[in-house]
Each structure stands twice: as C-alpha cells, then as structure tokens.
Design a protein around this ligand. Structure first.
Ligand SMILES: NC(=O)c1ccc[n+]([C@@H]2O[C@H](COP(=O)([O-])OP(=O)(O)OC[C@H]3O[C@@H](n4cnc5c(N)ncnc54)[C@H](O)[C@@H]3O)[C@@H](O)[C@H]2O)c1
Length: 362
C-alpha cells in the first residue's frame, strides 16, 4: 500500500479480462481477496470471474450507505483474518463508491495496510470514488468522518459494467461529472449537459467513454500534486458542503438521496452563495440551476428543518475554527475557498433551491 499518486495506474480499458490477467500474472505470488456488494456479485463479478481461481474468496456487503460502517469493516477484517491474509495479499474491490470506500479503508488498515486495486462498476465510482485514494466510512450518521488516504495499485475503468446501472445511479454519476466540469472546464459542462439532454438512455450509457476519460483527467489534475488535500484538491469538494449535509439529512429521514444527486443540490446552493460572495454571474446561475433542475428530481426542504441541515454542516471537514468554509466559483472553471460566516446566507440558499425547484416543475 502506498500514497504516491500515479495517473498511469488508472487504466481505461475495453479489454478488462486480458488487462486483469496480465496484471495478476505479474503479481502471481499474491493471495487475492475480493470485496464486492450483493448486486455486483450477481451483475459484475460474473463478467470477470474467469480471471480468478475457482473458489476465490469473496466478501459481499449489503447494499446501501447504511452499511458503510465500522461494523462492516470489522467483518471484512475478520474475513481476512480467517482466510489468513497477510501483508503480501491483494484486495480487489469490485463495485460502486461504497465498495471502493469500504474495501479501500479495510485494506489500508489491515496489518497497517495491504495492497488493493479498484474495479469501479458505477459511473460515479469510475469518474470519482475509485480514483485519488480517499477511503472511508460514515460515523454517527455523518458522511465519511473516518478514513484514510491510500492509493489503489491500479484502477481498471471499463464501460462493460455500466449497462446494468439504473437511471438514478447514472444521474448520480453525472452529478460528480458536472461538478468536475464546473470547477475546471465550461466546454466540458456543455458537452455533458448536451449528452444528458439529447443522447442519454440507459443503453447509450456505454457510449460515454470519452466523457468518462475527460472527467477522470479533471480529477487527476486536482489530485496529482495535492494527494493529502492541503490546497488545490479541496476544490473537488465543490457542491459537497451542502451535498453531504443534505445526504445525511435525507438519510436521517429515511428518504435517502443518491450521493451524486445530493451533490447537484449542493452545487445549486453553492452557486447561489457564489453570486452573493464572489460575484458569480447571476444570469449564468439562473441558467445552470434551471438546466440542472430540468434533469434532476425537484426537491423540497421544509424551512423548519434548515437548522438541522446547518447542524450537519458543522461537521464538514473543510471548516476552520467552527466557521463554515466552502468552495465557491468566481466563474465556471475558477473555484475559490470561501468562509461563509452568516447562517442566514445558508438558509437563503436552501430557500432558493426550494423556490427554483417549484418554478421548474413542468
Ligand atoms: N472516495 C472518494 O473519493 C469518493 C468520491 C465520491 C463519492 N464517494 C462515495 O461513493 C459512494 C457512492 O458511490 P456509488 O454512487 O457508486 O454508490 P454505490 O456503491 O451504493 O452503488 C450504487 C448502486 O449501484 C449498484 N451497482 C454497482 N455497480 C452496478 C452495476 N454495474 N450494475 C448495476 N448495479 C450496480 C450498487 O449495488 C448500488 O446499489 C458514497 O458513499 C460517496 O460518499 C467517494
């Protein structure tokens, strides 16, 4: 296990079986353990199963954010112990962001860290969660409070897996892609919106390869010189101060919202703060928010619950001296870190999100 980030370790491939075979042959001596989830065990693992020995040891976790916990990690450690995994073993995470976060965390802590590779099977995991070495679990109902930074030895990104994703998970993946575009490249934003509006069907998701490549390259740009997130990597948190708080809030109400969809609502709130704090063009805000709310489900948050959401924001990892710090945009492609000292401004952004959702109901 290591924390050096090498963009060449991310392999975009249409030939995942042969690429995996080559990789495993080069790492012949290693004992392999697979971590996946119940859906991927049925839908994704069979697509590459032939690469592994028969009776391969597989640990499969239940579906959902509710299982991204220390209890699951403990079960994975137990599994690795029982199977006599050692420092030379290799963990292969096959799944979405929950599997790569939990599997990566388990690998990076077992015996102080063993090697792992990621085979992301959701759009979100391919463009974001499996790349860059952040691993982690939720704690006390709050997102990603415990974790490590540990690089996968390789990430194999293959469009092969995407065919079976449902439309909510595809939209969730687009959420992080839209974030990447907004912090880096307006042209890519237009390409994405165009694709989603005109071409996107569950079948055509497989035609996304060039957009996935571009999105991963944007992530690489922000991570490569700042693995431990002391500077530029922080910009990848755009949309996440509100996004994580909204995700935790809806989770607590037993109406979970997919991560990338919560990030879209976060983006709208943080763009509104960008207008107020750093002069983001108001017309551009209206246009982008309208485009996003035409694609994503409308949302309504009761005003008497705003305080709860503000409460979740108090645990955001970017905060300094108990003041909320978030990523805002001076323009598309120009992110900045900004203190938001006034709670009323947070509430106002949530009100704006509510009222734009109402306006955009067709
Ligand atoms: N570490 C990071 O840098 C990072 C970045 C972004 C998000 N995340 C985390 O990622 C998680 C979200 O990831 P996600 O959206 O992939 O969620 P997920 O892992 O829950 O996957 C979504 C759903 O898709 C199913 N699935 C996976 N692959 C499939 C396939 N090929 N066909 C059909 N179904 C499939 C899963 O079983 C699950 O039901 C969140 O916990 C978030 O915090 C981490």
């Amino acid at each position: 296990m290591y924390i050096n980030f090498n963009p060449n370790d991310i392999i975009h491939t249409d030939e995942i079986i042969s690429d995996l075979k080559t990789y495993l042959n080069e790492n012949e001596t290693k004992q392999i353990f697979i971590i996946t989830d119940k859906n991927c065990l049925k839908l994704c693992y069979p697509l590459i199963k032939s690469v592994f020995p028969e009776n391969q040891s597989v640990f499969s976790i239940e579906i959902g954010e509710v299982y991204k916990t220390l209890e699951i990690v403990t079960k994975i450690w137990d599994f690795l112990f029982e199977k006599r995994a050692d420092k030379n073993s290799l963990i292969i995470n096959i799944g979405g962001g929950i599997v790569t976060d939990v599997g990566g965390f388990s690998a990076s802590t077992f015996k102080r860290g063993i090697s792992f590779i990621n085979i992301p099977t959701t759009l979100l995991a391919q463009v974001d969660a499996s790349v860059g070495g952040k691993t982690g679990i939720n704690y006390k109902g709050l997102k990603n409070q415990i974790g490590t930074i540990a690089m996968p030895e390789k990430v194999f990104v293959s469009p092969r897996f995407l065919k079976t994703l449902n439309s909510d998970d595809i939209l969730s993946g687009f959420g992080e892609m839209i974030k990447h575009a907004l912090i880096y490249n307006e042209k890519h934003y237009f390409e994405l919106i165009n694709f989603i509006k005109n071409e996107f069907t569950e079948k055509k998701i497989i035609n996304l390869s060039s957009l996935i490549n571009e999105s991963v390259n944007i992530k690489i740009h922000f991570v490569k010189n700042d693995v431990t997130e002391n500077g530029i990597r922080k910009m990848l948190n755009f949309g996440h101060t509100f996004g994580h708080a909204l995700e935790s809030y809806f989770f607590s109400k037993k109406k979970p919202v997919k991560h990338g969809i919560a990030v879209i609502y976060g983006i709208i709130c943080e763009l509104w703060l960008s207008v107020k704090y750093v002069n983001f063009d108001k017309e551009k805000f209206t246009k982008i928010a309208g485009e996003l709310l035409n694609i994503y489900p409308k949302i309504f948050i009761p005003e008497d619950e705003f305080n709860l959401i503000f409460g979740y924001m108090q645990y955001d990892k970017k905060n300094k001296n108990n003041t909320i710090q978030t990523v805002l945009l001076k323009d598309v492609g120009f992110p900045v870190i900004q203190r938001v000292p006034d709670k009323n401004d947070i509430f106002e952004s949530l009100q704006v999100l509510n009222s734009l959702s109402k306006e955009n109901i067709k």
